[in-house]
Structures are given as C-alpha cells and as structure tokens.
Design a binder for this molecule. Structure first.
Ligand code: HSE
Length: 403
C-alpha cells in the first residue's frame, strides 16, 4: 500500500481524497498495491469529515513518517507551500502539486531538488485542471519538438466571454452574475487581468523549452476592456473572442503572451465554451494535438493530482524525470511580436484608416455597430501597428487576431 498525505484540505485536497476513495479499484489497475491517505495537513480541524482523525498540523509528522512516500500539495500560495514541499523532497518524498503560483516561481528548483533525492516533483493539476496536459507533453509528446502552444487556460474568463457572447451583455454585468454563482472570485483580479493564464502559459512554455520562462517577462492583458461591441465586430468577421495564453517559437525567438484574441469560428478553440479549457499543441512531427476538459473544480483537479501521485509512486526510488532547467529564456519583446489586428474606429474616419494602413487592410466592415467601422490588418509587429494607429484620432479598440 502506498501511504500518501494531503497538504491542504480545501476544494482540491478534498477532491484528491474522494478520487482515492471512490476510484481505488481503478487506481489498482495501475498501482496494484493501492493507495491510501494516512494524513491530512491543514491549519483547520475537520471533525465532521471521515478524514477528521487523520488531520495533523505539523509537517514534521508527515516527513518523519517512513511510511509516507508521496504527498500532494493542494495548499496554494507560495508559503508555507514552498517550505513544506522542500522538506518533503529533501526526505525523498514525492510531491504532486496543483499550485501554479509555486510551480511557476520555483518549478526548476523543485524539479532539481526532487531529482537529487530520487523522487518526483509533478504538477499536472497546476495547468488545465483535469486535462491530462503536462503528462501528455512530458510522456506522449516527449519525442516531439513542440513549436507552439495556444490555450484557453482560465475557466472564469472563458465563462464570462461565453455569456457576453450569448447574451450580448457587458463585461461588468456578467462578472457580477459569475460572482453570484461562485464561478468568479470576489476578488477576480488574478483571473480577469490575465495573471492566472499568464502563469499557466509560463509553466507550459518552460516545459516546451526545457528552460525557465518567467511569467513577469511576458506581456499579459486581461479581459476587462473587452466590450459587447468587440463581440459584435468579431461576429461580423466570422470570429469569436477568447483569452489566449500563447507560446511559439518564431524566427525572432520565443514569443509568449496572454491577451484576448479574435478566433475564427472554424477554429477548434472557438468551440471551447463556458468554464472549459482547451489547449492546442503543435509538434514538428505529430502536427496538431487538441486537449479539452474542465480547467477547474474539486474532482477534475483532484483526479489530475491523483494521476501524478500514481506516476510518482510507480517511479519510487528514481523519480519521474522532468526537463526544466533554471536558465532563463529571453523572450521576444512585445513591440516586436507580429500579429494581425482588428481595429475599431469611428465610421467617418474611413479615409484616414485606409491611408494609415494603405495596402495592409485585409478586410473592412461597416455594418455591425452604428457609427463605427472595423478592419482586419495584415500581419505586422505591434510597434508598427501602434505607429499607424497614431494617425487615427478615434481608435476604440485594437485586438490581436489568431492567424
Ligand atoms: N481561477 C482558475 C480558473 C482556477 O478560473 O480557471 C483554475 O486554475
């Protein structure tokens, strides 16, 4: 029997316990000895829970118990999760995390620490909730040179965009509804300002390169400025709008960003709606791979954590190798990133717009929103687009288009 501990008994930690309990038979197909939860670490007590008698408040009880070979870290936040994770790994205990903040900030260091101690640091649940994304990148696509990752990686903002699109509603109204339903946090900043997606794409870009892509080095734009009018124009161009995290190898270097994009209705990511996540990977041999599923939630995320716990248990004594070096990758500067753009201006500025973007307008429409026109540009660096926009007095929006 593999004896495990759960560090952090909140939404995800309780999901981990339930998956281990309800799906013990399924777990035994891969891990014939089975898995049980010996400890739950939390600052709270849970007298009503069937796990109430296993609650401890001291990490040392867990790391000093020779029975324990794997723990999950479902605490969130940097501290004390970082300290507890290091304590476990230094004792040769594998740690499986759902904590994107810690993984993004210290992933390379924790992977190296695990390798030195013959155990694993795995973090499937830190990106894409229940979607088997990181294990797919590490295992099934380990033979590939991935050249791009494009993902809808945040369920809250995808839910808000889906409602805005279906109801023609404004951002603020939908956010209030989402908060009332518990889909959006009372402080929604990390989601709506794009930081959650930014951290997740930084983790994926690090795994894609095998080096460290720092979240703070990549531009992040959230959804707060996207309006019902942007959606009306997107429809006119046969598209929808999605908040995308993108990482791509380009001639200029590695390009990583988070921003709202026009996505053609024919693109698979346009069909990823509500709280679902979707990730498009492109490899040099396999071509396109699309993964879709629930990006959050107790059971989906708990299931991803348990998948890692099984993988770590199978690799007991050696650890699961993860290529993630501490060397920081330089990224293409935002100004130099190339894209096509949808630009919205006042209708009476048509001549000015046609002059400013002469020969660079791929499509122009006038009939979606009264008093406005919008056009799609050819591909150009952001700096060039901004320079051309400077000639237009009434720019009401400029959004990237997924090519
Ligand atoms: N707030 C995140 C989301 C939770 O909405 O996707 C999962 O990381």
């Amino acid at each position: 029997m593999i004896h495990a501990a759960i560090m952090g008994f909140g939404n995800i930690g309780t999901g981990v316990a339930r998956v281990i309990d309800v799906n013990q038979d399924a777990i035994r197909r891969t891990l014939p000895e089975g898995m049980c939860v010996k400890y739950v670490l939390d600052i709270r007590d849970f007298p009503e829970s069937p796990y109430g008698d296993r609650v401890v408040h001291d990490i040392d009880v867990i790391v000093n118990d020779p029975d324990i070979s794997v723990v999950c870290e479902t605490m969130g936040g940097k501290e004390p999760a970082f300290t507890f994770t290091k304590k476990a790994l230094e004792k040769g205990i594998s740690v499986c995390s759902s904590n994107k903040e810690l993984v993004e900030a210290h992933g390379a260091e924790l992977v190296a620490l695990a390798m030195r101690h013959g155990c694993s640091y795995l973090f499937e649940a830190s990106v894409g909730g229940g979607i088997p994304l990181i294990s797919t990148m590490l295992r099934s696509l380990g033979q590939e040179k991935l050249d791009s990752i494009t993902g809808i990686l945040n369920g809250t903002t995808n839910y808000i965009f889906t409602k805005m699109e279906r109801e023609g509603a404004d951002y603020a109204t939908v956010l209030r509804e989402a908060q009332a339903l518990g889909y959006a946090e009372r402080d929604p900043a990390a989601d709506v300002e794009g930081h959650d997606t930014g951290r997740k794409i930084a983790i994926l870009a690090s795994l894609m390169t095998g080096k460290t892509v720092r979240y703070e080095d990549a531009p992040v734009e959230g959804i707060t400025r996207v309006t019902a009018r942007d959606f009306a124009w997107a429809h006119a161009f046969g598209s929808t709008i999605k908040l995308l995290g993108r990482a791509a190898r380009t001639d200029e270097g590695l390009q990583v960003l988070t921003a709202p994009h026009l996505v053609p209705e024919t693109h698979a990511l346009a069909m990823v709606n509500d709280v679902f996540n979707g990730v498009f990977l492109h490899g040099n041999m396999v071509d396109d791979v699309l993964l879709y599923g629930r990006g959050a939630g107790s059971l989906p995320t708990g299931s991803a954590v348990v998948a890692d716990m099984i993988w770590a248990a199978k690799a007991k004594g050696t650890g699961v190798p993860v290529e993630w070096d501490a060397e920081v990758v330089s990224l293409v500067a935002e100004d130099a990133m190339k894209s096509r753009y949808m630009v919205r201006v006042e209708a009476d500025e048509r001549k000015l717009a046609e002059d400013a973007f002469e020969g660079l307008i791929a499509d122009l429409k006038t009939d979606a929103v009264e008093g406005e026109l919008a056009f799609i540009t050819e591909e150009m660096p952001l700096s060039e687009c901004r320079a051309r926009l400077a000639a237009l007095p009434s720019v009401m929006g400029c959004m990237r288009v997924l090519a």
